[in-house]
Design a binder for this molecule. Structure first.
Ligand code: ZN
Length: 442
């Protein structure tokens, strides 16, 4: 079994707790660095032999090391001198461990439950079943500022739910939500579209999306000038299957005629340069389907998005996926530049900056085709190419590969909170941009 860098943390946590009574002060300023070049392995092992660092996780070709403040610059010099790069995974180990401990304590002490008769908030200590999501949405719909509507049904006849958190003045909402907003609401609010759960195995995507819904609903200042549309679970059949049968199922549950393999990749099924960077082979994970929009799930999403876009104010679309911690802008189908690239990069950077402020999690802004891989028929390209949405992204949530799709549920809350922080910054920017534009035009 390969050692991932996260695994050593448990070992270290136990060790440190044993020697210092759960006090992490001794690790203040210690950092965790990751070296992913095979060529660096020998030098790292030598530095360890000299007592300059600690290898805390490794594979055959990589090393994860703990570096103390006193040797950090010396180790850096040695590594750079030999031409090796490293990335800092943990900035301050003491803070990091304390945060993890606090999170765990909070989760243990918080009584969470979600039943058919009471599901007041989306769970933070465990992933929700599709049924639990529906129970939560039913409760959410009681809120007068939220509309929950089925936009269509999946191939196995499950509802695809869309949540609309309505724009409007804070006035009158204060009793329910104490957050004040001093600005006056705009007469023509903008719209944003958030999509979660299109790939079944990426459980953190609907989990974060539901937390976002919950938090945004509570903060009327965020939605004063924005209509927020969210589909938290775009692929219910695949999600249910990933719970019952195959944890790593990705596609929908289409029974493909003439093949023993089921499923269409819903994020390759949209009608924009359909077929480039997608497979004709039903057994492939990226099988595009028999034709564009062959699937009821993509049809439902398309129709709802067209309806929102027809009002002329859809400014932002984000599809939540995992994993990789990257914010990708189009195109995915070609390496050519998409319209508004510079603006998308700039806005993406403000997301990254804010998302980092809570837990130090680093996201990178990259181009889908050039920096990730070619893919076509995805929600983001269609949104950019057909709807002409100005800001379009696919956000790959946590982590960077240590746990991959099987991210522990303890990460739901921190991942959601940092994305919320990033998202609020993005919302603020697009709202203030609109104001500036209006002033100039008027
Ligand atoms: Zn995905």
């Amino acid at each position: 079994m390969m050692w991932r860098w996260q695994h050593w943390m448990v070992v270290l946590l136990v060790t440190v707790a044993a020697v210092s009574g759960n006090n992490y002060e001794g690790l203040a300023g210690h950092q965790i660095w990751s070296l992913e070049s095979e060529l660096a392995v020998e030098l790292v092992d030598q530095l360890q032999a000299q007592g300059l660092l600690d290898v805390v996780a490794h594979t055959e070709r990589t090393r994860t090391v703990r570096v103390t403040p006193e040797f950090a610059s010396l180790v850096q010099k040695e590594l750079h001198g030999a031409g090796h790069n490293y990335s800092v995974k943990v900035e301050d180990l003491a803070k990091h461990l304390q945060k993890e401990k606090d999170e765990k304590t909070r989760q243990i002490h918080r009584a969470e439950s979600c039943t058919a008769t009471s599901c007041p908030f989306p769970l933070t200590y465990s992933y929700m079943t599709f049924q639990q999501m529906e129970w939560y949405l039913k409760e959410l719909a009681k809120n007068p500022w939220v509309e929950v509507r089925s936009i269509g049904r999946s191939i196995l006849d499950r509802d695809i739910w869309m949540v609309h958190i309505k724009s409007g003045e804070c006035k009158g909402r204060k009793e329910l939500y104490p957050n004040r907003c001093r600005r006056r609401a705009s007469s023509k609010p903008m719209a944003v579209w958030l999509e979660g759960g299109i790939h079944a195995r990426e459980w953190i995507s609907p989990a974060v999306t539901l937390q976002l819904i919950h938090q945004i609903t509570k903060d009327c200042c965020v939605t004063q000038d924005l209509d927020v549309y969210v589909v938290p679970m775009a692929n219910p059949d695949g999600y249910v299957y990933s719970w019952t049968t195959d944890r790593f199922w990705r596609k929908n549950r289409r029974s493909n005629s003439g093949s023993t393999c089921d499923g269409v990749d819903l994020n390759r099924n949209w009608d924009y340069h359909f077929g480039v960077g997608a497979s004709d082979e039903p057994c492939s994970q990226v099988y595009k389907g028999t034709k564009a929009f062959s699937e009821p799930e993509t049809q439902a999403l398309r129709d709802a998005m067209l309806q929102v876009a027809s009002k002329g104010n859809l400014k932002l679309m984000i599809a939540f996926h995992s994993y990789g911690q990257v914010l990708m802008y189009p195109w995915g189908w070609t390496a050519d530049k998409a319209p508004d690239q510079q603006d998308m990069v700039r806005l993406g950077k403000s997301f990254v900056m804010k998302a980092k402020s809570n837990y130090g999690t680093h996201y990178r802004v990259i181009n889908a085709a050039n920096d990730f891989y070619f893919a076509s028929g995805s929600t983001d390209d269609w949104s950019k190419g057909v709807l002409k949405t100005k800001y379009v992204y696919t956000l790959e949530l946590r982590d960077e590969g240590g746990h991959g799709f099987d991210l522990p549920a303890t990460k739901i809350l921190p991942n959601s909170m940092e994305v919320l922080a990033g998202l609020k910054a993005v919302f603020r920017k697009i709202i203030s941009k609109k104001r500036t534009t209006n002033t100039v035009v008027l």
